[in-house]
Design a protein around this ligand. Structure first.
Ligand code: ARG
Ligand code: ZN
Length: 464
């Protein structure tokens, strides 16, 4: 196959280009090489520079026996600079063909960097397509905190969750929350197996003992929120107002009441729609698999993924992420409290408005931790690294920050702030600095000290 030759040629070409770039520093400003990462403080190589993905079309043929994935990804992107070379993120697999705008392109592999050199320069502003044909065993990714993510196999299929860096284990991506895109999925599995992508179900057609499940997500989505969970599932379709809800439950979890837990989603969606603004997406739902060894749930866009039957509060948590995390996305991973603090506080306000404890009582219980507790050493917006990005303080002290802000600026200003935060940033990306600025606007006061004390100081707040 020419791909080996191409690959070898590419290595030489890449070496030459790299040498050129290094030899002529003046060329740096006008470089035509897309950077191999976006410099995220926690995951510097996640994502790539030089282009902006518009759409992923993922055609996945999966057999659990042998854990074999045969796939084609077609990525539509826009060049944001002149490009002679750019990267995608992909782990493992054998690539049998790689084409840019229909023409074979040179490529090399370097860790999770798939380095592509199209035959012709891609001019800034131009839209182009990359087609990658690849096959092999998908990779489960082990995170700095030791948890499993990516394509996590189960006895009957796979539980597919990718926060923060699992996506390149099963599809070539610009794996950074900054680069949101729409997605189409065509997932082919043995008949009797259900495969679940994000968004709406377009069709499920069987042919010669295999079924192709087509799903479409028409709102921009961060790559880590994609899913293709598959296995034996009971799938039920219902509605919340105008939008379809898809609920899939592993038969092993049906006796645990999984469908009842998922049924609550409709009213939770209604609650947050009134509190924060209209539900962000054109479909919703949830998947309860039986994969308890994963140990967490994930708010995958439109369909939260549960490793087992969730508590009611977990359903509330994941649904709230559709607003905060999925529609309003972070820009850099150290701002993860913008997702988790908001979702944890959302659980509190849900309880408060449903006859449970008030958010202030939840705050008080959390605040009762002694100043000497290690909990206070990890401020939510500067938690210390990717190995603790999902640790307690990100969730709890993040939620406390919001509750303390509510008390400081008053309910009126606080709830209008949350609505405005969503309204302005729907389908977008944000930073902690953006939130502070908007909070000061709604609160009509300077809040530097407040946020410094709550988000950045490694000690228990005393005054704010
Ligand atoms: N975002 C998920 C939640 O809402 C947590 C994901 C944890 N991911 C991980 N790789 N540990 O709780
Ligand atoms: Zn969460």
């Amino acid at each position: 196959m020419p791909s080996v030759l191409l690959r070898r040629a590419a290595a030489a070409a890449v070496a030459a280009l790299t040498a050129l770039a290094v030899a002529t520093p003046a060329a740096a400003g006008g470089s035509t090489i897309g950077s191999p990462g976006l410099g995220d403080p926690y995951f510097p190589l996640a994502g790539n520079g030089g282009y902006d993905v518009r759409h992923y079309s993922l055609d996945l043929d999966y057999r659990r026996a042998g854990n074999q994935l045969d796939a084609t990804a077609v990525i539509t992107a826009r060049a944001t600079q002149n490009l002679t070379r750019f990267d995608l993120d992909l782990r493992g697999f054998t690539i049998s063909s790689l084409r840019v705008d229909g023409a074979p392109a040179w490529f090399t592999r370097d860790g999770q960097e798939l380095v592509v050199s199209p035959r012709r320069l891609l001019r800034a502003g131009r839209t182009f397509t990359v087609r990658v044909d690849y096959a092999g065993q998908p990779t489960e990714v082990i995170d700095p905190d030791g948890s499993s993510e990516g394509w996590v196999t189960t006895p009957d299929g796979a539980f597919v969750v990718n926060e923060p860096q699992g996506s390149p284990g099963w599809y070539p991506a610009n794996d950074n929350p900054r680069d949101k895109a729409t997605f189409d999925f065509a997932i082919t599995v043995p008949k009797g197996i259900t495969a679940i992508g994000n968004g709406r179900l377009v069709s499920a057609r069987s042919h010669q003992g295999r079924t192709t499940w087509r799903w479409r997500e028409d709102s921009p989505m961060a790559p880590y929120l994609a899913t293709a969970t598959n296995g034996v599932f009971e799938l039920r379709v219902s509605r919340a107002g105008q939008i379809p809800l898809y609920h899939a439950v592993d038969p092993a979890e049906v006796p645990n009441g999984a469908f009842d837990r998922l049924a609550a989603e409709a009213s939770v969606i209604e609650f947050f729609s009134e509190l924060y603004g209209p539900y962000p997406f054109s479909s919703g739902g949830g998947v309860v698999d039986h994969a308890p060894e994963v140990g967490y749930a994930l708010e995958s866009q439109t369909k939260s993924q549960y490793d087992q039957t969730p508590d009611p509060s977990t359903v509330v948590h994941e649904i709230s992420h559709q607003w905060f995390g999925n529609s309003v996305s972070l820009t850099v991973w150290p701002d993860i409290w913008l997702n988790e603090g908001f979702a944890a506080w959302s659980e509190w306000i849900y309880d408060e408005r449903h006859g449970g404890q008030t958010a202030q009582q939840a705050f008080d219980a959390s605040f009762a931790r002694p100043a000497s507790a290690s909990f206070w050493q990890r401020p939510p917006a500067d938690v210390g690294g990717p190995e603790v990005m999902f640790s307690g303080p990100v969730y709890d002290r993040g939620a406390m920050t919001l509750q303390a802000l509510r008390v400081k600026i008053g309910d009126r200003a606080f709830f209008s702030l949350l609505r405005d935060w969503y309204h302005r940033n729907r389908d977008g990306n944000v930073t902690t600095a953006d939130f502070i600025r908007l909070a000061e606007k709604h609160g009509r006061q300077q809040l530097d000290t407040f946020f410094d004390v709550w988000l950045y100081q490694p000690t228990k707040p005393t005054t704010w």
